[in-house]
Design a protein around this ligand. Structure first.
Ligand SMILES: Nc1ncnc2c1ncn2[C@@H]1O[C@H](COP(=O)(O)OP(=O)(O)OP(=O)(O)O)[C@@H](O)[C@H]1O
Length: 284
């Protein structure tokens, strides 16, 4: 079962000096952070800042990754992690000409091939997942005839099939209306609570930050902050996470613009952006 872990188990994700090069660009630059287990951690930042690249590194599909990256105490991408990590890419990866149930049956058979008792187990999983993503009433609808939010939920259902301990969701609410976004977030919280799963979810919509237990705020391949929404607002004296983010951006810009001798924390700087154990490396 999920998350029956020893007290000594490490965080869901541990990154140290994580750097990723894509083509001619260094897209992630020396990131240090952890993702605690059993919580929803939001990965937020503007388009192009490196969120998808970081998620791809975590699920083991990104090339040219250096530094340390451990997932559930194993090196990212280790074969042992395959059934333990679910990944939902930005565009829903479902077959439009299959029904919702056929999609789930297909991916369940890929994950857990076999006949007899195994097939019974797969059927149980599919039934449970249909319920989890609130699509039981649409089980026999063609995926191609579903709304955007329903298709996103099918994709999420596919990722839930193996009862993963860590779910990595790349901008699952992009393009959805406010009601569907709210419903999906309720579902994420239900999954985290009922299954004790860890969720890492990216978004560039700052109001979604308020729905996370913790936040990783990114900009241009660097982490600006790693904290709870409350702590971020308090430490930046901001009313919203968006305001806190903008404050951190200004602070980082000032730091980069400052001459080396003044490139140190000043006494009136309103916040330390990261816990002392995960102080960011300076960027070359
Ligand atoms: N195949 C590639 N080769 C070179 N650079 C790439 C490649 N794919 C992405 N990049 C660059 O890497 C950077 C980070 O891209 P990434 O997709 O991780 O950002 P993102 O924060 O997820 O953006 P979005 O929110 O728009 O999805 C971007 O500047 C992008 O141009």
């Amino acid at each position: 079962m999920m998350n029956k872990r020893s007290p000594a188990a490490g965080p869901a994700v541990l990154a140290q000096a994580l750097t990723v090069v894509r083509g001619p660009r260094t897209v992630l630059r020396g990131l240090d952070f952890t993702v605690p287990r059993g919580q929803i951690t939001g990965l937020l930042g503007p388009s192009g800042c490196g969120k998808s690249t970081l998620m791809r590194a975590i699920v083991g599909t990104q090339a040219k990754v250096t530094g340390t990256l451990k997932v559930l105490d194993h090196p990212a991408g280790a074969p042992v992690l395959r059934p333990r990590v679910g990944y939902v890419t930005q565009s829903p990866s479902v077959y439009d000409d299959l029904t919702v149930r056929q999609n789930l049956d297909y991916f369940a058979a890929v994950l857990d091939p076999g006949r007899g008792a195994v097939a019974d187990r797969r059927r149980e999983h599919v039934t449970r997942v249909l319920d989890d993503v609130a699509l039981t009433s649409h089980a026999d609808s063609l995926a191609g005839n579903l709304s955007g939010g329903q298709r996103s939920r099918v994709s999420l259902g596919v990722a839930l099939l193996g009862a993963p301990e860590l779910l990595v969701l790349d901008e699952p609410t992009v393009g959805l209306d406010p009601v569907l976004r709210r419903d999906l977030w309720q579902l994420f919280h239900a999954i985290a609570a009922d299954r004790a799963a860890t969720i890492l979810v990216s978004s560039h919509v700052m109001d979604e930050a308020e729905r996370c237990h913790r936040l990783l705020l990114m900009r241009d391949g660097e982490l600006l902050a790693d904290d709870t929404p409350d702590a971020l607002r308090t430490r930046t004296r901001s009313d919203t996470v968006e305001e806190a983010f903008l404050h951190l951006v200004d602070e980082a810009d000032a730091r980069h613009a400052a001459p080396p001798s003044s490139n140190r924390p000043s006494s009136n700087r309103p916040m330390s952006t990261r816990p002392s154990s995960t102080t960011p490396r300076s960027t070359p």
